[in-house]
Design a protein around this ligand. Sequence first.
Ligand SMILES: C[S@@+](CC[C@H](N)C(=O)[O-])C[C@H]1O[C@@H](n2cnc3c(N)ncnc32)[C@H](O)[C@@H]1O
Length: 264
Amino acid sequence: VPSSNWEDLARENKIQPHIDPIFGAYKSAQFIDAVCAWSPQLTHQVILKTDLREEAFGTDEILFSLPTSGGELHGIDISPTVVHSALQRGDQYPARFIVADVRKLPYPDSFFDVVLSNSTLDHFEDRESFILSLREIRRVLKPNGRLILTVNNKHNLNFRLLLMLESFLKLKEYPVQFFSVRDVRLACAEVGLAIEHCDTIIHIVSPLNSVALFFRTILPKKIADSFASACLFFATLLGKSRWTKIFTGWFLAFSCVPEQKEVA
Ligand SMILES: C[S@@+](CC[C@H](N)C(=O)[O-])C[C@H]1O[C@@H](n2cnc3c(N)ncnc32)[C@H](O)[C@@H]1O
């Protein structure tokens, strides 16, 4: 996808956020919960996030709410507008945000303790770019570092069908790929990453986010808030059911570590 398309999206995003504020806070909390569970040591860590859309425009931002101190917060995005907006929003944080492509990271080998990549790598046209960016992340991770990765969940049929409909109606603004646990496991093995933990997170039923965003434009704030909160109550219930959560999660979340080479 040419970076200019992401620029167009970023300019639209400045006018209309991509997520309802109440859903956004839930999305952020779910991701941060996974990070804290899988990477509990967050102080004095050098951390990279692989896109900054949430930090630029949404209540689903991660980096400003992460319980971290004494380390370095880095972030990249291919869109200059996204990077500028994230820098403006985060001007009280010691964050270092730059324009870069996740497939060619401008950092030395073994630089980061933690890489956070939530739904950046599932927006390429082809598998090759997915592998390229995973390989780059593997390169910049310290040997004892950790990648927390989320990608769109292939088992969530509702979400997939809606995307197919959007594609058919030519409403889709950018490529969206879906992954199974096996797809990610194979890709990780190819680049030398081992998956330590996996879960399904963020159980907002599609297309309730679009409905909630529309309600925000026509209804008083109180009513729009009540609608979003009711949806969220339902999402939280779905997330608790261990039998069905694989079918309702928006994302598959993974905690991956560099495979240690055998010493002969
Ligand atoms: C669809 S948004 C998704 C992400 C967001 N993390 C979320 O969950 O809502 C994709 C973001 O990744 C950025 N992006 C797209 N391709 C990229 C690349 N190759 N390298 C870095 N950022 C990229 C876009 O500018 C945009 O901000």
